[in-house]
Design a protein around this ligand. Structure first.
Ligand code: SF4
Length: 398
């Protein structure tokens, strides 16, 4: 599908199934919602492109050294889009330096002052996030769209319940999911009337069930890429859990093209949590996954310690490809519980058994368990499919 400038907006339909080899084909995941493609700097959101993990800096954008250092650190942590707030002339003045410093797309977050959006676009931002309701809508939105279209810059229409239009609030009585959807569609249609379709949309809420329902409604009503997030989720661990439940529920249904976990914490944790959510939902596998038994009265080893050692050994060997590794604390139930894993070990008194997809392949003395497991993992990764490992409900979508 062509990228969006000039491509028609399509309401959702049930266009074709997933390509052969996609996780959806293996029966565990429904197909991803078909969204149009929107270019943001050097990446594309939507379509069949990977679901991207993004985050936002917390430094003052006006503090050049601080925001540059933080943005570079987030990029090193794996962030695939980095958003900075641009709220004044001092912040705007640092947009070119941020753009020059980053390899990943730069997003300018704008509230209230539409001139900051236009300035950010002119200064090199790859996308601007606006809430049309709080920049004054109408003619101001028109000016932002004109600037964005002129430079091939995308706009995220970020709707939130705090700034819904009065008539929509009157219609529903409160900022319910239908109200958020209607507000998003109103601004989408306004942009479309000007021929602009390089749009990403979000309808965040801090209430998880409301957030999930808002996105479901929006997903059914348009096919622009959706940016998922539970807003103001708070500090971890509860903030991470809220985000995982809301974002994860939608991803499992096939909804979502980019995600942001919003935590009251170091933004690098948001990036880690984002990739964890993608991995857990099977929508994007980017690293080895350890499956460890919770242990019980049958355990013969310290599973927690073993997991830490396996993690360290994977790091030491530079093994970063997606592979499911199970570590089980006994040989009695272990093999059955290891069936879903690609490679696993079950450890008993003095010796352990190495498994591959539930089949025992080696029996080794305890001191040799780690090296036997690693050998089997490397053999598996070098095996029939290299980077993309087929398995139940999984697949490499990098
Ligand atoms: S694998 Fe063994 S030790 Fe671990 S939970 Fe199952 S029965 Fe208990």
């Amino acid at each position: 599908m062509a990228e969006t400038f000039g491509s028609p907006s399509r309401r959702r339909d049930d266009a074709g199934g997933p390509a052969a080899g996609d996780p959806e084909r293996r029966g565990k995941l429904p197909p991803r919602r078909k969204s149009i493609e929107v270019r943001v700097g050097n990446i594309v959101l939507g379509g069949e492109h990977p679901i991207r993990v993004q985050t936002m800096t917390t430094s003052r954008t006006s503090d050049r050294e601080a925001v540059l250092a933080e943005a570079r650190r987030l990029e090193d942590a794996g962030a695939e889009l980095i958003r900075v707030t641009v709220r004044d002339a001092e912040s705007l003045a640092n947009v070119p330096a941020l753009k020059a410093a980053l390899r990943v797309p730069l997003v300018a977050d704008i509230h209230f002052d539409y001139r900051m959006a236009i300035g950010s676009i002119e200064a090199g931002a790859d996308k601007v996030r606006i809430n049309p309701g709080n920049i004054g809508g109408g003619e101001r939105l028109r000016e932002v769209v004109r600037a964005a279209a002129g430079r091939g810059v995308a706009i995220r229409i970020g709707i939130n319940s705090g700034s819904l239009e009065r008539d929509i609030l009157d219609r529903y009585g409160y900022p319910c999911p239908e109200a958020l959807r209607d507000s998003a569609l109103r601004w989408i249609e306004r942009c479309e009337s000007w021929g602009y379709r390089s749009i990403v949309v979000s309808v965040k809420s801090s209430d998880v069930p409301a957030m999930v329902e808002s996105y479901r409604l929006l997903a059914a009503a348009c096919d622009y890429p959706l940016h998922l997030g539970v807003t103001e989720a708070g500090p971890p661990p509860y903030g991470t859990i809220k985000s995982a439940v809301g974002i994860g529920a939608l991803l499992l249904e096939g909804i979502g093209d980019t995600i942001r976990v919003s935590l009251t914490a170091d933004s690098a944790l948001e990036v880690q949590a984002g990739f964890d959510i993608l991995q857990a939902t099977g929508r994007r596998l980017t690293r080895p996954e350890l499956i460890a038994c919770p242990t019980c009265g049958r355990k013969e080893i310290d599973v927690e310690k073993m997991v830490a050692e396996v993690k360290a050994e994977l790091d030491r060997r530079g093994i970063r490809k997606p592979v499911k590794i199970s570590i089980l604390g006994c040989v009695v139930n272990g093999p059955g519980e290891a069936r879903e894993a690609d490679v696993g070990i079950a450890v008993g008194r003095g010796k352990g058994v190495v498994f591959r997809r539930g089949e025992a392949v080696r029996s080794v003395e305890t001191p040799a368990i780690m090296s036997a497991l690693m050998e089997e993992i490397e053999r598996f990764l070098a095996g029939e499919n290299g980077d993309c490992l087929p398995g139940p409900g999984r697949g490499c979508s990098l």
